[in-house]
Design a protein around this ligand. Sequence first.
Ligand SMILES: *Cc1c(COP(=O)(O)O)cnc(C)c1O
Length: 339
Amino acid sequence: MNITDWKNLPFGYINTDYNVRCYYKDGKWGELEISSSEYIVMHMAATCLHYGQEAFEGMKAFRGKDGKIRVFRWKNNAKRMYDTAKGIKLAVVPEELFKKAIFTTIRLNERFVPPYGHGASLYIRPLLLGTGAEVGVKPSKEYMFMVFVTPVGPYFKSGFSPVDIMICRDFDRAAPLGTGCFKVGGNYAASLTSLELAHEKGFATTLYLDAKEKKYVDEAGPANFFGIKNNTYVTPESRSILPSITNMSLIDMCKDLGMKVERRPIPIEELPTFEEVGACGTAAVITPIRKIVDPVQNIFYDYCKDGKPGPVSTKLYNWLTSIQTGDAEDKFGWIEILD
Ligand SMILES: *Cc1c(COP(=O)(O)O)cnc(C)c1O
């Protein structure tokens, strides 16, 4: 397939030329294999299918003005997949294998890395699956690690513009001591009912509260939450939140800008005191939040009285996306250029 309309690329799946696969058997990883098939063959009793023994990652590569391809913070994704593997008893993927897999896949699909200047990028999706046949509940002895890529446009068609979200009181995405801090598909399955309810009511996503007391802000759907007030960036401290690499990046940038940073529980009562709030993650970078609605208590907070994202969110968004495309200096050492 040939893409010509880079400007109107959706955020969705588009087939590319190749993906890579690697198999773990008898206690070790085999050689990386290149495939042009979009399908995988596995045993019907594979643990990933029955017991959710699977992990995934998501990161992006960008084409700069100079035509070079830049991969953003892949080492952090490698580390997070390692932590997830430890968390749900998958075979761990060594950093070297992770690197080889993503860089090989990008190189083989270079023609799908969107050109500079359309807000589009190449989304990289590593998957780690328990493939051994088990019916009893136990970790698989066999695994498959694979990486595919797909070119994506901006997450929101309107680009960087505010959305409304709804506080979710009837559902949790993860238990207090559960798997919320790991990037596993099961957390997403657990979020689908509440996400659909939010969509039906016209909201972009749900704002989850801590599952134990329902007093504190947890995650904003599939993204981390942050609030800004008094020159301070505040983001929740919680064991059930996925440690977002975008959030880590925003924290470093805020410190560099001379802002204070607080990672601590955020009580719901504090929400009205923020000057700006947003959600962050690889897909949308920053999603500015206009309104937070609590349907049970009929309360809502409006952070964008003029309908525009706030000044700090805008500055962070512009700076981060400029680092990613190479327009701004990579002062934090986040970029690896494909040679
Ligand atoms: C992937 C993910 C994020 C965002 O993490 P990034 O590393 O910034 O892409 C946030 N929350 C959840 C639940 C996620 O799965």
